[in-house]
Write a protein that binds this ligand. Sequence first.
Ligand code: GLA
Length: 374
Amino acid sequence: MKQLIPLIALLATAPMIQAVEPSITCKSFGTTTGGQKASLYTLINANGASASISNYGGTVTSLMMPDRNGKMGDVVLGFNKLPDYEKKSPYFGCLVGRYGNRIAKGEFTLDGNTYHLPINNNGQSLHGGLKGFDKVVWNATPLETKQGPSLKLTYVSKDGEEGYPGKLSVTATYTLTNKNELKLVYSAKTDKPTVVNLTHHSYFNLAGQGNGDILGHVVTIHANKFTPVDKVLIPSGELASVKGTPFDFRKPTSIGARIQEKDEQLKNGKGYDHNWVADKWPGHLGLIAKIEEPKSGRVLEVISTEPGVQFYSGNFLDGTLTGKGGKVYNFRNGFCFEPQHFPDSPNHKNFPSTVLRPGQTYKNTIIYRFSSES
Ligand code: GLA
């Protein structure tokens, strides 16, 4: 009996996390301007955490995760309705492809053939072009797995779609694991040589979406090097040391600590909008970054097989977008960590290759792991 009192006291102060039965529900997310029906799936795991995902653009529209007191909060920016995603989304929560990030002047040469892509960003091609994988409707199959509720998305991108060669068959499986991880597993096959670089584009705010800027988040990036860029965010090709620069996040540092420093790279990116070269072994799943939010205690770990990560500090958010719950998204109110191959890889022989050939299978795993600390 003596043991009982401290146990009861402990239970009284324990976070209010209740075990629930994992589930997946589906509802309509409206009809696209092109007349396609879109759905919204809500995955709930055994801890009551949830992820809402639309098959429009493979978009994570909401992600409810507990803070240090077990209180759930939505940690991603987004919109309430499909037309906002179609008309004005700066890639909120979506699946980016066929080539995430920039390709210089929208041009690359593969096996002697030069391909021209749509220009949609300061004279460059960004995130797969005018109608990238973020703007198409995917086939969706809900699955129950041992790890947690899951949604399998598939899409066949036609040969020549957005200027890219080869018919590309893509599968992306999103699982909300019972360890509070959003696990994204991508695979793709092609019938002609092409380039592929898929990633995920959630804008996180661990204090809760719409709850101010992200400058107080404390970031660690396990990277000794990054890829410096020019004014239109195309890498020079150099792998530069982070040592002595505002890009050194090898020790936990707040996003805001150095973002105002006079630094040519910060000027070019209007803040952080750069690719870090992950220290972990390329192709192997490993921890790339950790982000801690001191007020809520929420922690996000970014784990991936990819060789790089684009860390973007929401520098283009300017208060003109109103999102979920009427929240206005001001300057730097969200940040992205997009594990991926390096920007403009098709034009840099020294970067890990993004070429996919017939018979090969493209694979990429990204895990966003949530926890909390007191
Ligand atoms: C990426 C880019 C940024 C910006 C956002 C979308 O993260 O690196 O420059 O274009 O997407 O606004």
